[in-house]
Design a protein around this ligand. Structure first.
Ligand SMILES: [Zn+2]
Length: 442
């Protein structure tokens, strides 16, 4: 039988988050067609990868990022408030189309080299340029526009009417939804509850449902959001959304840190999805992930963009494990409060669920899309090990990702990215960042 790609003699991370050794993976027409120890038929593959010393696992999914903020890297740590008004607003309002283009390319390059095969962008300006970068890089992306029409902290120049907001997002949807072999999905979004009127929130939900797509916003990240909802509506943020009738399984709440018991029950009731961004969140609170897990809520992991933490989900997983143990485990002496396998699940299948694509992505199974990464485990900081799933969290890092395959296509081979020009992107990013520093006065 003909095949596109054959990975021989590798170890794999199974859909049960166990490790199987000595496996072969066959890929054809963008999908996994066989995972077998002894291949039951002869495959003639166009390309073969030697999997000796490699672990093949599902690619990581960054379920909350900001490609628009890539050129803010290193700028917002160790700063007094308000970072939003002093740095973010001048930066974002000075972004030009060409800045967004190079910013998106650099984001995709950084993600590829970190073993991330897809991402959910919280939205920003010139999102068609982000779509182009997704198309070229070969990654998967859930894209949206940053939608807001009110709020004291938003300058008038960044606010637009409800009609304009919806139209802009609809234009992006019409142009790019399910394009690039289905790798691009377009959602509708709210920047945050305090920057959107109730009318806009409901309208965004209606159009997302009518379009059969998802909806996302930043949720319960800052105390002022909770305060805004309590003062104006005498309800907490998730309760407020329920009262507007917009919570459902297509709703994704990024961060979701400051949750009450009732809000966690609402997330469970409506099968809404949450994404935690451990490094970024650590400046604001510790997520109630063990309680959400017990309720069966689907959790994804995100980076919140390069400005907050870099784009390595391996870093996020490490920090997350330590945070969970220190904050939730230590007080009740529960050393298994957040097992490695659950963290790996969040960074893969949890991300696929957040993207509303878990039927096709998120695990290595016959019939699913061939999205996977090959980790070089034949290294002194990884092998030998008693339990590779633990070692992946404790010791592996982005640099250990040797190869990246998305939709059956090799995008990175032996750490060389095949779809993007790394040197040009680094050079142009530096130039764009230098110009932005002057223009935005940051
Ligand atoms: Zn964010």
């Amino acid at each position: 039988m003909n095949a596109d790609l054959l990975i021989k003699n590798c170890s794999i991370l199974t859909s049960d988050f166990e490790i199987n050794h000595g496996q072969n993976i066959v890929i054809k027409d963008h999908k996994i067609v066989a995972i077998e120890k002894e291949l039951t038929q002869i495959y003639v593959a166009k390309e073969t990868l030697d999997g000796k010393g490699k672990l093949v696992m599902p690619g990581l999914i960054d379920a909350h990022t900001h490609t628009n903020q890539q050129l803010l890297r290193g700028r917002i740590s160790d700063e007094y408030p308000m970072i939003w008004t002093r740095i973010m607003v001048p930066f974002e309002s000075n972004l030009r189309e060409e800045d967004v283009a190079i910013s998106a390319e650099l984001s995709c390059l950084e993600m590829l080299k970190a073993g991330t095969i897809g991402f959910i962008d919280a939205g920003g300006s010139y999102m068609h340029k982000v779509a182009e970068a997704v198309e070229t890089s070969g990654l998967r992306g859930v894209l949206t526009c940053s939608t807001m029409d009110t709020g004291a902290a938003i300058p008038e120049s960044m606010k637009t009417t409800m009609e304009h907001n919806i139209q802009r997002n609809k234009d992006l949807f019409d142009a790019y939804h399910e394009k690039a072999d289905g790798r691009i999905h377009v959602w509708y979004s709210l920047r945050s509850l305090i920057t959107c009127t109730p009318e806009l929130i409901q309208k965004v939900y209606e159009i997302a449902i009518a379009s059969g797509t998802g909806m996302q916003t930043h949720m319960n990240e800052y105390t002022n959001e909770i305060s805004y909802c309590l003062e104006n509506f005498q309800m907490r943020p998730y309760e407020y959304l329920e009262s507007l009738g917009v919570l459902d399984k297509n709703f994704l709440g990024a961060h979701s840190i400051l949750l009450s018991e009732n809000e966690m029950d609402l997330i469970q009731k409506y099968d809404s999805k949450v994404v935690h961004c451990p490094i970024s969140n650590a400046g604001k609170g510790v997520t109630k992930s063990p309680s959400l897990m017990q309720k069966g809520v689907s959790i994804g992991l995100g980076t919140d963009g390069s400005a907050h933490s870099g784009l390595s989900l391996f870093d996020q997983m490490k920090v997350f494990k330590s945070l969970m143990r220190a904050f939730w485990g230590v007080p009740i002496f529960d050393p298994v409060v957040m097992p490695s396998k659950n963290i790996l699940e969040m960074a893969t299948l949890g991300g696929a669920k957040a993207m509303l694509q878990d039927k096709q992505l998120g695990s290595l199974e016959v019939g699913k899309k061939a999205d996977m990464i090959l980790i070089n485990i034949d290294q002194p900081h990884i092998g030998p090990t008693h339990q590779l799933t633990n070692t992946l969290i404790e010791s592996a890092n982005s640099n250990d990702v040797a190869d990246v395959i998305v939709n059956g296509r090799i995008l990175m081979k032996n750490r060389e990215v095949l779809t993007l020009d790394e040197e040009r992107i680094k050079y142009e990013s530096k130039k764009a960042m230098d110009d932005l520093i002057v223009r935005a006065k940051i």
